[in-house]
Design a protein around this ligand. Structure first.
Ligand SMILES: Cc1ncc(COP(=O)(O)O)c(C=O)c1O
Length: 425
């Protein structure tokens, strides 16, 4: 088929390749997005919100939703976001600190292009969101530095060592360096950074004057007790004597309303906000997504967004608990997982002598089950062969449970072919 025809056929990100998620005999556990069953109720709620929004525009607002918007987005949509997330986070999200984006992907790109010296450094966790790494690599004058990751978050000693030997004084941008992370239900490892680690990161950021960018796209998806902190940013406390504002929270509706909505927000300390508000990239387009943000404002005003988010949350929770139960019961003893307490991802460790890329090939051949092998999440594309990542977001519980069982059995079979005694780790 000609390339142009192939492109015309595509309707979403996951139907192009051999591992099309909509083929009934394939289980693609790589997909970090809500599935069709969750998205299906959006048509009705977005139709109602669109009617509500456009009525308001016609009646009260001279149809200005179709105009370039205010650079940060309208006050009204930012107020809806701040009200909802203040309640969810149990910590204030200030309306004036918010800037509307088209999602966390764009948020990160905007920060890379405005905040950091392009001869500078980006510190990342040794395993990190693979497409964020691709985005950072695109700025090819930046140096990416991986930092060791422990079960409770980044290794503070390693972060300090890496940062201290690279610090320089930038004359061109506000920051010489950035630490990019996902501290709440990390992608790919699923971990939640502990309060001590969050506090330590903020102390280092203040001491060495680097920016911390947190992808906070999974924060409200907690499946056990509510964590003691909702986001790392709350540790950068304005009441502290040495507060300056070193943390930015990068939020998104992709995982809780739908990725196709393409709406997110940055929460930015007051001293840094003018840098974004004044940049050409933001100014030229007005608000990055004025029309959609007006619809989402109505979705919140009509309480439809809150309802939809609750439906997504319950489904994810059920999926995560059921899948991790199977893995805990049925994974070979030589493998390990830390059951995540929130988010989308389960990070499985296999014996060091195995290679998850080879196991993936075996799994595809024998069970048509796909997952993402660890090296995809490392800066060099090679480290992490002893890990793989599973996502619980896309399929209903029954499919996940069946898939997890088959995956465990296939792993046992694979280990036998590799002649590794099951006691080995
Ligand atoms: C950590 C992280 N950041 C960003 C994104 C993409 O977010 P958005 O759709 O808001 O651009 C994802 C999606 O998988 C993610 O896991």
């Amino acid at each position: 088929m000609a390339k142009s025809n192939q492109d015309r056929k595509l309707k979403h990100l996951f139907d192009g390749g051999d591992w099309n998620v909509y083929q009934p005999n394939i289980l693609n556990l790589g997909v970090g997005a809500p599935g069709t069953d969750l998205l299906s109720s959006n048509c009705d709620s977005f139709r109602k919100a669109t009617d509500h929004c456009l009525e308001r525009e016609k009646r009260d607002n001279q149809s200005l939703i179709f105009q370039y918007g205010p650079t940060s987005g309208t006050f009204e949509v930012r107020r809806e976001i701040s009200t909802y997330f203040t309640e969810m986070f149990e910590s204030p999200v200030n309306c004036e600190d918010l800037m509307i984006t088209t999602g966390a992907t764009q948020g990160l790109h905007l920060l890379l292009s405005t905040m950091i010296d392009l001869q500078g450094f980006v510190f990342v966790d040794e395993y990190s969101y693979m497409i964020a790494l691709d985005s950072i690599k695109h700025f090819n004058s930046l140096t990416i530095v991986p930092v060791k990751l422990n079960d409770d978050g980044v290794d503070l000693n390693d972060l300090e060592e890496q940062v201290s030997k690279r610090r320089f004084s930038s004359e061109k941008k506000e920051f010489w360096g950035m630490y990019y992370t996902i501290p709440t239900y990390h992608n790919p490892t699923g971990i939640l950074f502990s309060p001590e680690v969050c506090r330590g990161i903020v102390q280092l950021a203040r001491k060495f004057d680097f920016l911390v960018v947190c992808d906070d796209v999974y924060n409200i998806l907690h499946y056990g007790e509510k964590p003691t902190h909702s986001r790392l940013m709350s540790y950068d406390d304005r009441k502290d004597a040495d507060f300056a504002g070193h943390v930015i929270s990068n939020g998104s509706f992709s995982k809780i309303l739908g990725p196709g909505v393409r709406l997110g927000w940055l929460e930015v300390p007051a001293r840094l906000k003018p840098i974004l508000d004044g940049c050409g990239f933001a100014n030229s387009g007005g608000c990055f997504n004025n029309y959609t943000s007006g619809i989402v404002e109505s979705l919140f005003e009509l309480k439809l967004a809150q309802k939809q988010i609750a439906v997504f949350y319950e489904a994810y929770k059920e999926r995560m608990l059921a899948t991790t139960q199977v893995l805990r019961d049925e994974l070979p003893q030589c493998c390990k997982l830390v059951s995540p307490t929130g988010g989308y991802f389960i990070w499985v460790r296999i014996p060091d002598c195995l290679d998850s890329r080879e196991f993936l090939k075996y799994c595809l051949e024998h069970q048509k089950i796909y997952f993402i092998a660890g090296p995809r999440f490392s800066v060099d594309g090679q480290s992490g062969k002893q890990f793989f990542r599973l996502s619980i977001a896309f399929y209903p519980k029954e499919k996940l449970v069946d898939g997890a069982r088959r995956l465990c059995q296939t792993l046992k079979d694979y280990i036998v072919t590799q002649k590794i005694p099951q006691g080995v780790s």
